[in-house]
Design a binder for this molecule. Structure first.
Ligand code: SF4
Length: 465
């Protein structure tokens, strides 16, 4: 299997080969999760904020059409050019057309998971357009020719020594230098030249306000602002679910977003873009790409409430120990495993199974998405639609037959105990993935049924009487 066709389990094996990295990745993300807890506990109204955010998003999803049109009208009134894209291909084409119209072949881009979802960088490269990512983490993975592994912390899987080597190769920093302060200064110098010379800047959108036609971009590095303010052409790319009705609602979402993402009280830069500066072009592309399909799936529509904070990833025991790349989709982790099957059920049929269903993701989600319940529901849909792997289908059918026939169940139990005791390698071998990471259990001497027959004193007493 090539990396492109491997499923979550196979890709996790690759990540798990480096146990020290897995432990460090796990600890780091748990540290971020703990920071989130502390930040949440400082606000007595935290749960009320989550409820309010969830209700605002409920309202948005029920009136999406109207809010989008209201936003379009107000944005146009402000001088912003609004484009609509039905899918990723249309989104990429629109970006390219805007660049072509302005004779631009080089641009800078701040963090936007939507552009990752649409594979914009790859598309523009094919068209001969050079894109430089300006978020530090994104620039690091771009230099490494890898996708981001986390929506907030794109290079969380990389050690500082690896980043030092990358910078040495690409930016000419001294060999062996891995001091984060030094490397950040080197990245700043490298990016400053791009900010000063590139005429187009792409940003994502965290929130778009229907009543004002403005949009808000949150970053900790100020790179979106720097790019958008200096460029002649600013293109903002936005999933249609990012709309909120009123500016006042930002007070709810901005408080939740930063605390849930990194434990900060507020994101360093929450910049409002409401109109182009004189002489500048400002475009916004409103992208569907499967969102209206998801909206129509009753059990899964709540996933569109997501504000991309990453908290569900930081808390997920499977994500922490399998790494973001094992999800083979732009948005990894629990929320990605709900969103991806909507785009391609066959390709992402493995993802809803990459969960313990412990519910920790649901507990931390600032907009109260019932993530683990949706993962469980996707499993049912995937099995029903015939997309579960053949091995899983056969195993589940066998289990179904065995559990519904008591005589078969008893015989299978007896045979299993005998095998475990006398020829354990028949079960514990390379063919059985279950034992790759597990120890063999001691086979019990008897089944519970046999034990119960021997020890059921009530029955014994009755027969003695
Ligand atoms: S699903 Fe919830 S916790 Fe996960 S990224 Fe989205 S908003 Fe954050």
């Amino acid at each position: 299997m090539s990396t492109a066709t491997k499923d979550h389990a196979a890709l996790s094996d690759i990540f798990n080969a480096d146990e020290a990295r897995v432990n460090w990745h796990d600890d780091t993300l748990w540290f971020v999760r703990a920071k989130r807890d502390k930040a949440a506990h400082t606000l007595p109204e935290w749960e009320r904020l989550r409820d309010t955010a969830s209700q605002i998003k409920d309202n948005v999803l029920s009136n999406l059409h109207d809010y989008l049109l209201q936003f379009e009208s107000n944005a146009q009134h402000n001088g912003i050019t609004v484009h609509w894209a039905a899918d990723a291909a249309a989104h990429n084409r629109i970006v390219h057309e805007i660049l072509n119209d302005n004779g631009i072949r080089q641009l800078i881009k701040s963090k936007s998971m939507l552009t990752e979802e649409c594979h914009l960088n790859e598309y523009l490269k094919e068209q001969g357009v050079d894109v430089i990512d300006t978020d530090l983490g994104e620039r690091i993975v771009q230099l490494a020719e890898e996708p981001p592994s986390h929506i907030v912390l794109p290079c969380i899987h990389k050690k500082k020594e690896e980043i030092g080597t990358l910078f040495h190769e690409h930016l000419g920093t001294p060999e062996g230098m891995s001091d984060p302060v030094f490397l950040t200064a080197a990245a700043r110098l490298h990016l400053r030249e791009k900010f000063m010379t590139r005429r187009a800047a792409i940003t994502g959108v965290n929130f778009a306000v229907a009543e004002t036609g403005e949009f808000v971009v949150c970053t900790n590095e100020g790179n979106a602002d720097m790019g958008a303010h200096l460029a002649d052409v600013h293109i903002a790319c936005m999933g249609i679910e990012k709309i909120i009705p009123q500016r006042t609602h930002l007070s709810v979402f901005l408080r939740l977003l930063a605390r849930s993402a990194t434990g900060q009280p507020i994101t360093t830069y929450s910049s409002h873009f409401s109109k182009p500066r004189p002489g500048q072009q400002m475009h916004i592309i409103l992208v569907d790409n499967g969102r209206t399909t998801q909206l129509g799936r009753e059990d899964f529509r709540n996933s569109l409430k997501c504000i991309r904070c990453g908290a569900c990833m930081n808390t997920c025991p499977v994500y922490r120990r399998s790494g973001g790349h094992s999800y083979h989709t732009a948005i990894a982790g629990p929320i990605g495993s709900i969103l991806a099957p909507n785009l391609d059920m066959k390709k992402y049929a493995d993802l809803p199974f990459a969960s313990t269903l412990c519910g920790s993701c649901t507990n931390v989600c600032p907009v109260k998405i019932n993530i683990h319940e949706q993962l469980y529901k996707w499993r049912q849909v995937i099995v029903k639609e015939g997309y579960a792997s053949p091995a899983k289908t056969i195993a589940m059918k066998t289990m179904d037959f065995t559990l519904s026939h008591p005589a078969v169940y008893q015989k299978a139990g007896k045979a299993g105990r005998w095998f475990l005791k006398h020829i354990p390698f028949a079960v514990n071998n390379r063919m059985n993935a279950w034992y790759k990471q597990r120890d063999m259990p001691e086979p019990p001497k008897q089944s519970f049924r046999e034990w119960f027959k021997e020890n059921n004193t009530m029955q014994k007493n009755n027969s003695d009487e």
